[in-house]
Design a protein around this ligand. Structure first.
Ligand code: SF4
Length: 490
């Protein structure tokens, strides 16, 4: 053997990363299941099951191809690599650039050689070229540039459909009665059962753990959900846990699918004429826009970015985050239960309910970030740091987003069916029946009135605040709500 190729658990693609051009005659493939990764934190078991079982299946597929594969358990990745050196001698170790600052530094220190991380459509260096030219890092500008560069949904220099953005068409509330196609289930095999046993976990059949299953999930989305994806992408309903979301992010983030494969399949379907432009554009925006932008920003903003707390938010996490029974807020109860069941909810519950609550209550951004990393199936470090610190809780002082995504109960009421059976009323901001979101939204604006008065994109909200006649009463109620959330009784 001439090289060791080390495969992190989010580089599971035969044609990308360090495996591109790998040769069974000269390359020893190494996977390390580190205790740091499996037991180091309070990880959701469904998430661990998915990541470990996917890696073990992938290791097996390389063995079947004729590679010599070492899959070992060790306290840390570096301990595992040291064991490999002891066993096989001091072979050079190669890896694709890892996807977090921490892993990048520790592998670099261990003298691992990196090849470019090509699990994205925009490389880190290409993103930096774009970001260096910007006054503000607007996702929309980045996205349009990628549409042009990658020639996706373009008619020459113009966007197909005559517009870059169909967000207005894509904000339809959930239908009263939703009858969508059933979601794909994935059968469990011996490897899955072995991992489940080790974790003492009963997995759902929601997540595939093989390349074949991930491709089946892609096909299922294209055939059964893509056409209706766009208009309902922001809707939240208790009648169906996923609506028409693709459920592809776990596979994109662990490497079982590459974004180019997903975009190719989506464009092929669009060309048949059966996919409306608002669905096609909404999906492309997520894959070549948001996803690439967030990864680019993670590397561009640097390792210190995750420690930002520019709104001085220091409240501890409320019990409702780990226990959906510790609240009477129906939205939080439903979303918390969904997370416990499948380690997944779509982007709007994450942004407009969970992050919104952390934002308006002044919850510590790093505590909230850690929790988000632990509970979601697709929550890699590069995804969650910009999404939480920049977008979710505005802890970066607006470096990424020009204004905070704070909202009262009216938004949640319009976009979901959570509010009708709730103990609270989204229209009320004071009194025992007032929706906690509505009360805390105004309290949040008031606490940061001076900061937001300087932001022209917040002027309308601050103007609204100045017209509230019941602000003193609202401030008293806000304190009651915060105390009740701490006690798990609101
Ligand atoms: Fe959530 Fe408020 Fe609606 Fe209740 S009324 S479900 S707390 S938004």
């Amino acid at each position: 053997m001439k090289h060791v190729i080390y495969i992190p658990f989010d580089h599971l693609h035969r044609k990308h990363g360090a495996l591109k051009g790998a040769d069974p005659k000269s390359d020893l493939i190494v996977f390390v299941e580190s205790a740091r990764m499996t037991t180091g934190r309070n990880w959701h078991k469904e998430r661990l099951f998915f990541l470990i079982s996917s890696a073990r299946h992938f290791a097996k597929s390389l063995e079947d191809e004729g590679f010599k594969v070492e899959y070992l358990k060790a306290a840390t990745t570096i301990d595992g690599l040291k064991e490999i050196t002891k066993k096989h001698g001091a072979l050079p170790i190669v890896c694709a650039e890892p996807s977090s600052f921490r892993q990048y530094e520790s592998l670099k220190k261990h003298k691992v050689t990196f090849v470019e991380n090509d699990f994205f459509l925009t490389s880190r260096s290409l993103f930096k070229l774009w970001a260096d030219e910007q006054k503000s890092y607007l996702m929309e500008n980045f996205y349009r540039k990628q549409r042009l560069r990658l020639n996706v949904l373009m008619a020459g220099k113009d966007p197909i459909g005559g517009s870059w953005n169909f967000d207005k068409e894509n904000r339809v509330p959930p239908p009263k009665k939703y009858e969508g196609p059933a979601y794909l289930e994935h059968k469990r095999d011996e490897i899955d059962k072995e991992v489940a046993n080790e974790l003492s976990h009963v997995p759902t059949n929601t997540w595939a753990t093989t390349r074949k299953g991930a491709l089946a999930q892609l096909k299922n989305f294209i055939d059964n959900h893509f056409a209706e994806f766009g208009p309902l992408e922001d809707a939240m309903t208790t009648q169906n846990w996923a609506l028409h979301h693709s459920l592809l992010s776990p596979y994109l983030n662990n490497g079982l699918l590459h974004p180019s494969e997903v975009i190719d399949a989506a464009m092929k379907a669009f060309e048949t004429g059966k996919i409306p432009i608002e669905s096609a554009e909404g999906f492309v925006r997520q894959v070549i826009g948001w996803r690439e932008y967030v990864n680019g920003m993670y590397w561009f903003l640097g390792p210190e970015y995750r420690s930002n707390n520019q709104l001085g938010a220091n409240r501890k996490l409320f019990p409702l985050f780990s226990d959906p029974g510790a609240t009477k807020m129906n939205c939080m109860k439903e979303i918390g239960t969904d997370i416990q069941n499948r380690a997944w909810v779509h982007h709007i519950p994450r942004l407009m309910v969970l992050s919104n609550l952390a934002l308006v209550t002044g919850t510590n951004p790093q505590e909230f970030l850690d929790w988000m990393r632990e509970v979601f199936i697709d929550a890699t470090e590069w995804v969650m740091v910009p999404n939480v610190i920049g977008m979710g809780v505005h802890a970066d002082g607006g470096a990424m987003m020009t204004k905070p995504y704070a909202a009262g109960g009216a938004y949640i009421s319009r976009m979901s069916d959570y509010c009708k059976p709730c103990a609270y009323n989204p229209k009320l901001r004071v009194g025992a029946d007032a929706c906690p979101f509505t009360t805390l939204y105004w309290d949040f604006l008031d606490r940061h009135r001076e900061t937001f008065a300087k932001n022209h994109r917040m002027s309308q909200q601050v103007f609204g605040l100045n017209r509230l006649s019941d602000l003193p009463e609202l401030k008293v109620r806000a304190q009651e709500v915060l105390k009740g959330l701490e006690q798990g009784i609101i």
